[in-house]
Design a protein around this ligand. Structure first.
Ligand SMILES: *Cc1c(COP(=O)(O)O)cnc(C)c1O
Length: 401
């Protein structure tokens, strides 16, 4: 096994520097805890940006994966396999929708949503060819493909990657008037995160999502909710949209859908919308593969009982109460979020988000900065209250200096 030092030096030399990870080298993990190559233990308060909602090495998920590994792992979509129909039916049911188009990563699912909305616009809504517009929000994060970064407002994510894909309109997040003004006859979709994760866990003003729903319905525009990070239990509900009683036309899912085992993503919608696709018009070699379906079916079985959602709601209330107390002390300037998900703005005098993350790491807690002085807290939903409290105690101590 490499030491921390040799692993970091080798990664520095041989891995492109497109990330700036904390200097910890994980060797194993179990539940909410990770162990590094030196045998040090860390509480995981990031959970792979919600990809690990059910914790590391979740027994049910690992068993489902192992059983499937021994049967069949890949068929490509050239053939049916015996987990596929069930995966689609169960996911449609979980979403209260009719059809599923499986992909692998989140970005691919967002690309799929963009293509679906455009095709629906031309074939169903009757938008003139090549004129379809999709409205997105400023400070969004939807992934890293050339088309997706075309509608990012983040300089680092965008610069040097042009020419950019046209057909997107950016409006301020949370501003219904601006959204209304941006809509035209050629608008086919509004694509948004119900809570903006990368932007610092920004929760839109009350009534915003309901307003987007109403406005899109009135104008015959698809409301596409990117719930890749917010969905599947994180906020205390299956979908973050539920907090406003909103049902979008399309969910874009990823991260936790693969149970932290394999990448699984999907677009889920009505037959009227996803029915626009015919053979050959879109696809993915690995999308909906047997291993992915087996793991995702187990993820869905765990979500159906509602226990993870309830846990996220209860522990989330506790988390937000504790963070509010820290805010009273002045070390924390603002806290946002829902459920087991929080964006915490640290008083800049106490350090950058990166510095706070490094200090927490030294105390055995792993979180990550989003930008500036903001850190994101998103532990696995199965974390114990004792572990969560211990993690928060470390944060309190770090902020005390
Ligand atoms: C992570 C994320 C994506 C991209 O998912 P990848 O699997 O990294 O491609 C898209 N949208 C949101 C909201 C995300 O959090």
């Amino acid at each position: 096994m490499p030491t921390t030092e040799t692993a970091l030096a080798s990664a520095e030399a041989h891995s492109a520097h497109n990330y700036h990870p904390l200097p910890v080298v994980v060797a194993s993990a179990d539940g909410a805890w990770m162990t590094d190559v030196e045998g040090r233990r860390y509480l995981d308060m990031l959970a792979g940006y919600s990809a690990l909602n059910f914790g590391h090495g979740n027994r049910r998920l690992i068993d489902a994966a192992k059983a499937q590994l021994d049967r069949v792992t890949l068929t490509s979509r050239a053939f049916h396999h015996d987990r596929f129909a069930d995966f689609c039916a169960r996911l449609a049911e979980l979403c209260g929708m009719e059809m599923v188009l499986p992909m692998n990563t989140g970005a691919e699912a967002v690309e799929t949503a963009v293509k679906t909305a455009r095709k629906w616009g031309y074939r169903v809504k009757g938008v003139p060819d090549g004129m379809a517009k999709i409205i997105v929000a400023a400070d969004n994060f939807h992934g890293r493909t050339t088309t997706i970064v075309s509608f990012s407002t983040d300089h680092e994510a965008r610069a040097d990657f042009g020419p950019y894909t046209p057909g997107f309109e950016i409006v301020p997040y949370g501003d219904l008037t601006a959204l209304g003004a941006a809509m035209t006859e050629n608008t086919v979709a509004v694509l948004m995160e119900p809570i903006q994760g990368e932007a610092g866990v920004l929760v839109p003003p009350p009534g915003y999502l309901a307003g987007v729903r109403e406005m899109t319905r009135e104008r015959n525009v698809l409301f596409v909710a990117d719930e890749i990070q917010s969905g599947l239990g994180r906020t205390g509900r299956t979908f973050a949209c539920e907090h406003e009683g909103v049902v979008p036309d399309m969910y874009v899912l990823g991260k936790a859908l693969g149970g932290g085992v394999v990448p699984v993503s999907a677009v889920v919608s009505s037959a009227a919308v996803l029915g626009v696709f015919h053979a050959g018009e879109h696809g993915s070699t690995f999308g909906g593969n047997p291993l992915a379906c087996a793991v995702a079916l187990e993820v869905m079985a765990m979500l159906r009982t509602g226990e993870f959602q309830q846990r996220a709601a209860e522990l989330g209330d506790h988390l937000h109460r504790e963070l509010a107390l820290m805010a009273e002390g002045g070390a924390v300037e603002a806290v946002r979020g829902r459920g087991l998900w929080a964006g915490v703005d640290i008083a800049p005098a106490l350090g950058t988000g990166r510095e706070i993350s490094e200090k927490l790491m030294a105390r055995g807690v792993l979180v990550k900065d989003t930008h500036g002085s903001t850190i994101r807290i998103a532990p696995p939903l199965m974390i114990s209250k004792e572990d969560l409290d211990w993690g928060l105690e470390q944060l309190r101590d770090v902020l005390r200096g």
